[in-house]
Design a protein. Structure first.
Length: 349
């Protein structure tokens, strides 16, 4: 899809206060590690993730999303009354019904005429929402929309640790299905999408591309008891990490060919590349397969882990803060989510 009048006005984010190192997380797994004869350090060695963050107990996904929304409003220098559509995109939700967007809408104090709803697309929730908002802008339905997500990984990690320590049937082989759950971190992100006529900064969304391999939807599946992703829930996730890595990158390669057709770019065009953050093996294989210089990759997984739908937006926000993303740069966003779904966004910053 090509766009002619859509801008990304701002990336907002909020980082949780609790920092948990991979070594500390492995200390929580001491009963399992002792029984299987495992040594601390393997989690960081295999993933490249040194630490991740968690919200304080009782903090809801909607509260996290609202913090990121406030940050985006401040950066965009717009009044909240201008937001005509709010989409909540988190894997984490306050509850099944109503939409968590209603809680975020209330916390942000948006106008009663601002449309709000949830979108669920695993780790691609934010990129899906941006395409929906961009289409609305392109059609002239709205001038300003906001996508938000507040990912709460604490319950998933805590439940995974408890299950692994308790289940005496877990082996080194079966442990692999839980590995991805130990790389998850918490974070919140927000993206404001505006029409070119209303935009102050003129960061243009030029094109998007997507590809799906839904035959692989069973490679990473999560469930939750209790209705949301809160302290009272008991989320669990089973992931075939190696197969998901291989098939996910293969799907991304097909998406990349469509991306080049839609954007007119090639492997040398982007100045900066921000991806959904999974770990070092994923990044290495993705850039090698697509033939993109890995020096263009801005990474955050070392300090944040895999933050679900918030991963790539917060990476873009931090790249800008760090001086890696500057006015005039061509930014390629590449995201792979379980399902398998892949998205690419071409932006002229």
């Amino acid at each position: 899809m090509k766009y002619g009048r859509v801008c990304i006005e701002a990336f907002g984010y909020s980082l949780p206060p609790r920092v948990v190192s991979s070594e500390e997380l492995e200390d929580w797994l001491e009963p399992l590690y002792s029984r299987l004869g495992l040594c601390n350090g393997r989690l960081e060695l295999m993933s490249g993730i040194r630490q991740r963050r968690f919200w304080n107990e009782g903090f809801l996904p909607s509260q996290a999303a609202a913090l990121a929304g406030e940050d985006a409003l401040k950066k965009a220098q717009i009044d909240r009354s201008q937001v005509q559509c709010l989409i909540n995109c988190s894997v984490s939700r306050d509850f099944v019904e109503p939409a968590t967007s209603t809680a975020v809408h209330h916390l942000l104090g948006l106008e009663d005429y601002a449309l709000n709803f949830d979108i669920s697309n695993a780790c691609l929730g934010m990129s899906t929402a941006i395409q929906v908002l961009a289409n609305m802008v392109e059609l002239g339905q709205i001038d300003c929309g906001m996508a938000v997500c507040g990912e709460n990984a604490g319950p998933l990690v805590a439940n995974t640790v408890a299950k692994l320590n308790k289940d005496s049937s877990v082996t080194r082989q079966s442990l692999k299905g839980q590995f991805a759950s130990l790389t998850i971190g918490s974070c919140a992100a927000s993206v404001i999408v505006m029409s070119v006529e209303k935009s102050r900064v003129q960061h243009r969304l030029l094109a998007t591309a997507s590809y799906s391999d839904t035959s692989s939807n069973g490679l990473c599946q999560g469930d939750t008891k209790g209705g949301g992703m809160t302290d009272d829930s008991a989320p669990a996730m089973e992931t075939d990490s190696q197969t998901l890595l291989r098939k996910g990158v293969a799907a991304a390669q097909r998406m990349w060919e469509r991306f080049k057709q839609e954007s007119g770019w090639n492997e040398d065009t982007p100045d900066v590349v921000c991806t959904h953050q999974v770990g070092k093996a994923h990044s290495a294989l993705l850039f090698d397969t697509l033939g993109i210089n890995p020096a263009k990759d801005y990474r955050t997984f070392q300090n944040l882990g895999n933050c679900g739908s918030a991963s790539w937006p917060v990476t873009c926000a931090l790249a800008e803060e760090d001086g890696r993303l500057n006015k005039g740069d061509k930014l390629a966003v590449l995201a792979i989510g379980s399902g398998i779904n892949c998205d690419g966004l071409a932006l002229q910053w």
